[in-house]
Design a protein around this ligand. Structure first.
Ligand code: T4K
Length: 411
């Protein structure tokens, strides 16, 4: 790990690279390897690999305990989980979703043949703005999908009130919000249902995986059937179903990782604090803070870059970091509405999404998790501080590089 002192030390201008190994946003957190291998060994010995085996049963029970929720159905991933949930709730027609989210939220709606109606988000929390939701409700609207982005709860109270008043279903995409709370109650207990992602890149993973949490027994039963082809008994289906089951190997990973969840969160918190200290006072670089009175997984280190103050744009800072092997990400650029199939079918929708548009230009997510140390965080902050301190000169040098590359033409 190298400390930079002046402009020529930056790797992008020919200096040495700060980190030998790449630092990722989303390097998996992995619990005790011996216990995992032992559990997988038991799975193999039992020859019971999937279809509600003992690991899945135990995992679901642990999840119910942790979340304090009535029902928790494990799934193969959150995208399928969102689809199953919307279908089981009877959504159809138009479904309101935030434009600033991972594309899976919108795709899940559209995959079912419904229309995703993009809503703007709150500038402070980056979650769906209830005031804008109301304006988008039409006679064809059947549901709202709120996303607890970065693990920050949506304005749950306002969304529940709107859903009740208009007779709409309310689903939460809680992909980022495992082990988070709202008003002291665990995320997983709100709306008609909530869907978690246990993808490799999440704070807690089951390789691939997800779960639906709800306090509605009938909804849970329908999802349970749907994830297993609609079977309600042997040789009998009650409704359309698919295959969205979690395997025993994934559940084994989940059980082992649950044992280390508190450590994962502690390390994220420690890194977040280090980022906060290290970035303090850098003009134009704002770190998104979490509500310390709630349970939080601190899994996303989210910056908003105001380039009127940093001089360097968000994309230039990203380029500088990548050259140092810090693989910062522009989540969720360019906004769902600017990606296909939405961009072609709703070309003017950006006009009503000013906050999403601004965040898509400004947000930069930095590496954290158990694979990233405080020393590394401090080094990343040092790179950003030095770059912004020399913003004007750096921007000119980057422009010169781009001009040279353009003149050289395609290689
Ligand atoms: N709703 C929301 C709000 C979501 O954010 C997501 C998923 C979903 C729904 C759907 O959940 P799932 O159906 O996936 O359960 C990643 C994940 O693939 C995606 O699950 C996640 N959100 C999204 C935010 O991030 P990418 O395109 O960033 O993935 P990728 O392959 O670039 O990986 C990120 C970084 O992590 C890379 O630098 C490499 C590193 N990595 C990745 C994997 C998979 C590793 O070091 N090891 C690994 O095993 O989408």
């Amino acid at each position: 790990m190298l400390t930079k002192k002046n402009i020529n030390d930056f790797a992008i201008f020919g200096g040495s690279v700060s980190f030998e190994q790449q630092l990722h946003v989303g390097r998996p957190n992995i619990g005790n390897k011996e216990r995992l291998l032992a559990r997988i060994g038991e799975v193999v010995d039992r020859r019971w690999l999937t279809n509600s085996g003992p690991c899945v049963e135990e995992f679901e029970q642990r999840l119910r305990q942790l979340l304090g929720v009535g029902h928790c159905e494990s799934l193969c991933n959150a995208t399928d989980g969102l689809q199953l949930a919307m279908r089981a709730m009877g959504m159809s027609g138009e479904v309101i979703v935030p434009a600033f989210t991972f594309i899976a939220t919108a795709h899940a709606v559209q995959w079912l043949g419904f229309t995703a109606v993009f809503c703007d988000v709150d500038p402070r929390t980056h979650t769906i703005d209830p005031a804008r939701v109301e304006e988008l409700i039409t006679p064809r609207t059947t549901g709202i999908v709120g996303v607890h982005l970065w693990g920050q709860p949506c304005d749950i109270e306002a969304l529940e009130e709107i859903a009740r008043r208009h007779g709409l279903k309310l689903l939460f995409d809680s992909a980022h919000a495992f082990n988070c709370s709202w008003r002291g109650r665990m995320i997983g207990n709100f709306g008609d249902a909530e869907v978690f992602s246990f993808h490799a890149t999440k704070v807690f993973n089951t390789f691939e995986g997800g779960a639906l949490a709800t306090n509605n027994a009938d909804l849970a039963r329908r999802v349970r059937q749907m994830r297993n082809f609609g079977f309600s008994g042997m040789d009998q289906t009650d409704a359309l179903g698919t295959n969205a089951k979690m395997s025993e190997a994934s559940a084994a990973m989940g059980l082992v990782n649950l044992e280390s969840l508190a450590e994962f969160v502690d390390e994220n918190f420690r890194n977040h604090q280090a980022y906060r200290r290290g970035l303090e006072g850098i003009p134009g670089v704002k770190l998104i803070e979490y509500d310390s009175s709630e349970k939080c997984n601190y899994h996303y280190v989210v910056l908003e870059i105001d380039d009127s103050r940093t001089v360097l744009s968000r994309d230039e800072l990203k380029e500088i970091l990548w050259a140092e092997n810090v693989l910062a990400r522009r989540y969720f650029y360019p906004g769902c509405h600017r990606m296909e199939p939405y961009a072609s079918t709703m070309p003017n929708v950006a006009d009503r999404l000013p906050v999403t548009e601004r965040l898509a230009r400004r947000v930069l997510v930095l590496p954290t998790g158990t694979a990233v140390s405080v020393d590394q965080v401090e080094c990343i902050c040092g790179i950003l501080r030095l770059a912004v301190a020399h913003g004007g000169d750096m921007a000119s040098m980057l422009e010169e590089r781009r001009t040279t590359a353009r003149c050289a033409g395609p290689t």
